[in-house]
Design a binder for this molecule. Sequence first.
Ligand SMILES: [Zn+2]
Ligand SMILES: [Zn+2]
Length: 337
Amino acid sequence: MKAVLYKDIQFVEMSHIKKPIITNSEALIKVKYAGICGTDLHIFDGLHPRVRPPLVMGHEISGIIDELNIVRNDIKIGDRVIIDPLISCGHCLPCREGSPNLCPNLKLVGIDQNGGFEEYVKIKDDKLYKIPNSLPLDLATLVEPIAVAVHAVRKSKLLVGDKVVIMGGGPIGQLVAQICRINGASSIVLSEIQPERLNFAKKMALITVSSKEETIKKIMEITKGEGADIVYEAVGIQATYNYITELVKVGGKIITIGAANKPIALDMWKVYFGELNLMGTHVYTPKDIEIGVELLNDYPKVFRPFISKVIGLKDLQAELKGLVDGTSKAMKVLVKL
Ligand SMILES: [Zn+2]
Ligand SMILES: [Zn+2]
């Protein structure tokens, strides 16, 4: 079968590899669409510590069940599915406590086993989610990033009428903004510096700001000087944490979503004196995936604009290069198989 293999730094190649053979509790999925994620770009750039080439990347996958070797009787060959790409151990404390997303041995389809940039992908049957007939397979690949946003917003316990700020207008930040809107946030400010992402946010009817001064000014104007109920940080860099405590109200919440790759300084005096609630969020649980599927099905018009482009497997090298170089400014690129 056809597969695009990651072979070296900034180099993937269309190849022919053996179709996977499934064993107990596994399914073979005929991939229809696979989304390109920031994680794939990280791998492509040679920055992912666990990746050993050759590897088929891609963990945002939708497709059709082609073969099954399972005991579960609620899915069958021909079903339209998306996958949960997280692989947790099932035995550790967080796994036993119902938070598989916090498993210290967490693995991912497209990193620790071959992913979706190939014709057929092998998946454990408990990672399959049937999708409604009304949900198109291209849109369905968005469920994985949506689940990240759903997880963050649910953990933040957003209330109807809350005024929120989102730091960062990448796909996750923009999805958090839309999930906040669906859940009744009343003023949604998105802070971002890239013009293309700001334009996207504007088109999605968000209040956009692009500097520290502008962000503080806007949220203070909206909240009459009191500060946001919740600030979501979807970048993971020092620059946003430098003033994040100035955006949030006394007793408000700071929700971290962006992955920081080094320690970050925060004005802990403000956290202490204002009883700010600082909370980490990491990927998603199976429940967040289920909710993601429902939201996608209920609000297709909200999520359709996130798909900027659909390419073929053969275009993957050029597209990945463009995305890491910044010459391609897409929100979400899907690979159609
Ligand atoms: Zn992803
Ligand atoms: Zn575990």
